[in-house]
Design a protein around this ligand. Structure first.
Ligand SMILES: [Zn+2]
Length: 259
């Protein structure tokens, strides 16, 4: 299930028609005063592994730790790839998978800042490997939007970054990494009714926000409402939504495939 722990013959023996290969991507960037830099990458990988367990016949790749985080660079510790670099990494990984005959490849994103990149990847890689593989990309918390919304306590703006949602999840999965006594609540004002910073708000208009302009600590939302119990519910909801998608994706046809 974990690609890096399997042997080459074990990968060679996987059913190419049924196996869904998942590439998790996230970020290394500030997550307020209380959360680890690797939050998004840790969560994308953990949700992918749990979904793999639920769905079966899924192989989860080790993801690149870094993502597109230019908007976090005013905060120490943030590391950003250029969007082009991230796309090139995903392009090469997917090309390798297609070389080995895999035809259902899913990029699972855990970082809002990678949203534009995964949209482009779905189109460019989908075109490049047309007839050989289907490439799907998604952001896992958007997929589970409804169940996350049902389980939240905060008002709009309370789930954004290092917030009720992300803090709960890390408290559930890696509680030793959360310094909750240093957490600060911040409901940002994005400056227009057309804009939202909420993780599961509807973002019809895209704009660049430097996080240093939105929040003095880098936190967007309300970590004071977080708990490990809520984190377990959010985690299971996210993994179940992803597993359901994987089960569906497995059955998709390959338009343009030469018989
Ligand atoms: Zn995050």
């Amino acid at each position: 299930m974990r690609w890096e722990e399997m042997t080459s013959p074990e990968i060679g023996a996987l059913d190419r028609e049924r196996t869904v290969v998942v590439l998790p991507i996230g970020s290394i960037e500030q997550h307020g005063n209380h959360m680890p830099l690797g939050t998004d990458s840790i969560l994308a990988h953990a949700v992918s592994l749990k979904a793999a367990e639920l769905a079966g016949e899924v192989a989860v790749l080790p993801g690149p730790w870094f993502g597109f985080s230019a908007h976090h660079m005013r905060f120490p510790g943030s590391i950003s790839l250029r969007a082009e670099t991230l796309m090139a990494v995903a392009d090469d990984v997917v090309a390798s998978l297609v070389t080995h005959g895999f035809c259902k490849i899913l990029i699972v994103n855990g970082h809002g800042g990678n949203g534009g990149v995964i949209d482009v990847l779905a189109s460019t890689l989908g075109h490049k490997h047309y007839g050989k593989a289907r490439i799907a990309t998604l952001t896992y918390f958007a997929l589970a939007r409804d169940s996350i919304a049902a389980g939240r306590q905060s008002a709009p703006g309370g789930m954004g970054h290092a917030c009720e949602y992300e803090t709960s999840l890390i408290q559930h999965l890696r509680p030793e990494l959360v310094k909750i006594e240093r957490a600060e609540t911040h409901y940002p004002d994005p400056g227009s009714d057309y804009l939202t910073t909420d993780l599961i708000g509807s973002q019809s208009v895209r704009v660049y926000h430097d996080f240093g302009d939105l929040s003095p600590t880098g936190t967007l939302g309300d970590p004071s409402l977080a708990s490990a119990e809520a984190g377990e519910r959010f985690f299971n909801a996210a993994a179940e939504a992803l597993a359901a998608f994987i089960g569906d994706f497995r059955g998709w046809t390959l338009p343009g495939r030469k018989q």
